[in-house]
Structures are given as C-alpha cells and as structure tokens.
Design a protein around this ligand. Structure first.
Ligand SMILES: Nc1ncnc2c1ncn2[C@@H]1O[C@H](COP(=O)(O)OP(=O)(O)OP(=O)(O)O)[C@@H](O)[C@H]1O
Ligand SMILES: [Mg+2]
Length: 248
C-alpha cells in the first residue's frame, strides 16, 4: 500500500505537558483513516501536525519527522501545504459571505481566473452532491445554511483547490443522524480521489466509513489496524477495553 503520509517518532509538548509521545504511523493513499480515543488523548493535536497548522501555536514544541509523498513537511511552504492538505473542523468555519464567495475564496487566493473559478465551483457542488440543493441559492449568505449543509459546504470549499488529503476533526459532532449519514456518504464517495483522515468520537462512524482505524490513548498510538480487526479482534487489551466501552 502506498503511504502518502509517514509519521516518524513524532513528539509534541505544550510547555511541561507532553501531548504526543513517539507517534509512528503511515497513512495510506486513497483510504479513509479514522483516529479514535478518549477526550484529551491528542487526536486534534496530531491532526494539526499533519498540515503544519500546529506551527501557528508558538507554545507547541514538535520533534520528529512527517513526510508527505516522501518529502519532509518542513520543506513545503505553508501555502503549498494548505493547498495539498485541506482541513475541516468540528464547527463550520464558513465566512460571513455568500455561498458562492465562500467557494471562490481559496480559488481567488491561489490566483485561479474567474471563468475557471465558475466551472470549478459548479463541478465541486456536483461532486459533493450540493448542486441541486444550493445552486439557486449561491448569492445567499452561507451563514443561513443549516448545520449539515454548512459542514458539507465546508468540505466542498476545502475541495475547490483539489487537495490530495482532507483532514476532518469531528465534522459530525453537532449534527443529527440524517446529516451525519449525508457526510459519511459524501466521504465514501470522495475516497477514490482523496485520502481522508477523520477524527471521530463516534465509534460506529469509524466502523462504517474507515478502512483503517488508529486508537490513541494518553498521547500514544496504542494500535493502528484495519478497521475490521481493530473493532473485532484488537491486538491490545486497551483497544479492546475502549471499543467495548469499558474505558472512555
Ligand atoms: N493550544 C494548547 N495549549 C496547551 N495545551 C493544549 C493546547 N491544545 C491542546 N492542549 C492539550 O493537549 C492535550 C491534547 O489535546 P487535543 O485537543 O489534541 O485532544 P483531543 O484528543 O482532540 O480531545 P477531544 O476529543 O476532547 O477533542 C490536552 O491535554 C489539551 O489540554
Ligand atoms: Mg479534539
């Protein structure tokens, strides 16, 4: 399997607190990888390391190596990296602009011409299944969308610039079952084209959508395995305790 990201001996601390402890992990291209584990175990912090957004926090001391397509992350400039590795957060981060302008934002930033922008936006709405729902509303404020639509628009917005990897930090945690299912279906439809890494508290979600699952506990990766094996026949007793609900 082709690893698009390789994380080697990654350690991270905030001041005296060590938050990531010697993380070693390979992320396979074209798969959905879920990261699970109790609150505070370092899932979001690990995700933030994968596109160097962590560097915006001066308190974070990072050691170790992460490669993206076999090149050290530190050798990319941040703009190129953000273009190649998109991110979607727990709460919708839409700008107080029209739906169209939200979708246009990164394209403009990266200098894509207006005629091309229009085509890309239309195509992105289609591949994310939002075209029928939103095409007649493109001039409306994005802030008027429902929570589910807003999160799907955040995913669409991240895809306009055609990243290779999409990082998602609990994108469904404030959504109901129906909207969660829409996001899950969307992610499954995208996985042939994009590598997806999703942090989720929802173990059933990890089971439903991911090829591989990574279980973290107290800053360490305890187990990474095929999702089926991790949930049905885990190698570590801690994983077993977590997936069976004995620890949380
Ligand atoms: N900016 C920061 N400054 C200092 N400590 C931080 C910062 N961000 C996170 N931490 C600490 O790092 C640890 C890991 O936090 P992180 O947000 O990565 O956990 P998490 O697994 O995503 O938790 P949750 O499931 O609640 O989102 C926690 O102890 C947290 O308090
Ligand atoms: Mg988190």
């Amino acid at each position: 399997m082709n690893s698009i990201l390789k994380i080697n001996n990654l350690n991270l601390s905030y001041g005296q607190q060590t938050v990531l402890k010697n993380i070693n992990l390979n992320i396979n291209k074209g798969e959905i990888t879920s990261i699970i584990g109790p609150s505070g175990c370092g899932k979001s912090t690990l995700l933030k390391c994968l596109n160097n957004i962590i560097l915006e926090n001066p308190e974070a001391v990072v050691q170790g190596s992460i490669t993206f397509n076999d090149k050290e992350l530190s050798s990319f400039n941040l703009e190129d990296l953000r273009k190649s590795i998109g991110m979607v957060f727990q709460q919708s981060t839409l700008f107080p602009l029209s739906i169209y302008k939200n979708l246009e934002y990164a394209l403009k930033y990266y200098g894509v011409k207006a005629v091309e922008r229009k085509d890309i936006i239309e195509n992105t709405l289609k591949i994310t299944g939002l075209y029928d729902e939103l095409n007649s509303l493109l001039k409306k404020s994005a802030l008027k969308l429902s929570g589910g639509q807003a999160q799907r628009l955040c995913i669409a917005r991240a895809l306009t610039i055609n990243p290779e990897i999409l990082l998602l930090d609990e994108p469904c945690s404030s959504l109901d079952i129906i909207n969660t299912k829409k996001i899950e279906d969307l992610l499954l439809s995208l996985k042939d084209k994009y590598t997806i890494i999703i942090v989720t508290h929802n173990l059933s979600q990890a089971k439903r959508i991911s090829d591989k699952t990574v279980f973290m506990y107290d800053g360490e990766v305890i187990e990474e395995n095929s999702t089926f094996k991790l949930f049905n026949n885990p190698e570590h007793s801690l994983t077993s305790d977590y997936v069976s609900g004995n620890i949380g």
